[in-house]
Design a protein around this ligand. Sequence first.
Ligand SMILES: *Cc1c(COP(=O)(O)O)cnc(C)c1O
Length: 334
Amino acid sequence: MTLPPRYPLALLPTPLVEAPRLSRALGGPRLFIKRDDLTGFGLGGNKVRGLEFYLAEALAQQADVIVTGAGPQSNHVRATAAAARVAGLDIVAVIHDSRPPQAQGNLLLDELLEVELRFTDSPDRAMIDEWLPHVAAELHAAGRRPYIIPRGGASPLGALGYVEAVGELRDQTATLGLYFDRLVLATGACGTQAGLLAGLRVHDWHTSVLGITVSRPVAECLERIARIAPAAARLAGCEIELFSDEVVVRDGFIGPGYGIPTPEALEAIRLVARTEGIFLDPTYTGKAMAGLIAEIRAGRISKGETVVFLHTGGEPGLFAHPEMTHLPRSGPKS
Ligand SMILES: *Cc1c(COP(=O)(O)O)cnc(C)c1O
């Protein structure tokens, strides 16, 4: 497998740790957590892996400013900004909604990184996709050399981070002599799940992947994954076609909306913190863990299985949601 060049940022491999206390508390399967919250750069998370490919391409094109966008609590924008700074580039981020009176969580980190923030003053997330080329054109007209990274970092190039991560996980499980049945993760803009599915094919390895959507309807996720995964595999020199039963995305854990904490996510965050001393986030991993817990309680994931939960990061988002602790308690006590 030959991949496009990378600009090194991440500290790899990330740890793969067993979570026996969480497993016991759930009366559930043997559980491992792949700690991609610890990718080791700019407060970590899944976006760092893909950024290595984006930054290498931006530098090869002699860009001097990165243009990207997402929500005010975007882990993607924060990690991209840190990467841009390290590579000596400026960073402009288009953010939906309006500027909050006080920067908290990821937005505070964006301020510290001196990101030029452009707020759309609209909750419409898709509007960012329209703004990015306009902002780039404006910068270009001012004599700059912009490089656009799509909203949330989800593209075939960004997904290569998880094509590689599959090889990393395969080597780690081989070292541990571990076989696992299922990989569970939070799915947002779908680049991570697409990269994993492409990676399984590229590395000729098998496991089932369950994405818990935290943002989009399932149909939209399936469409995005079907589009991104083969294109990512092609960048790795592999022609693939995904079977429809390979792409599994479960709905039911978004709650009132993307980025809004739910009682189920809060329960999951509390449980994982109490049992393993590991913090999940309210937007992605808390909701994904709520999904995994529900699958276990419904008996759809049995005690005999071994499951790897991909911790995609996002902890800075915890500090933007102090209201979260006032949510009602949910579900049976464990
Ligand atoms: C972006 C993000 C995800 C989702 O990744 P996608 O590739 O957009 O599906 C999951 N968890 C965290 C913490 C993220 O920041």
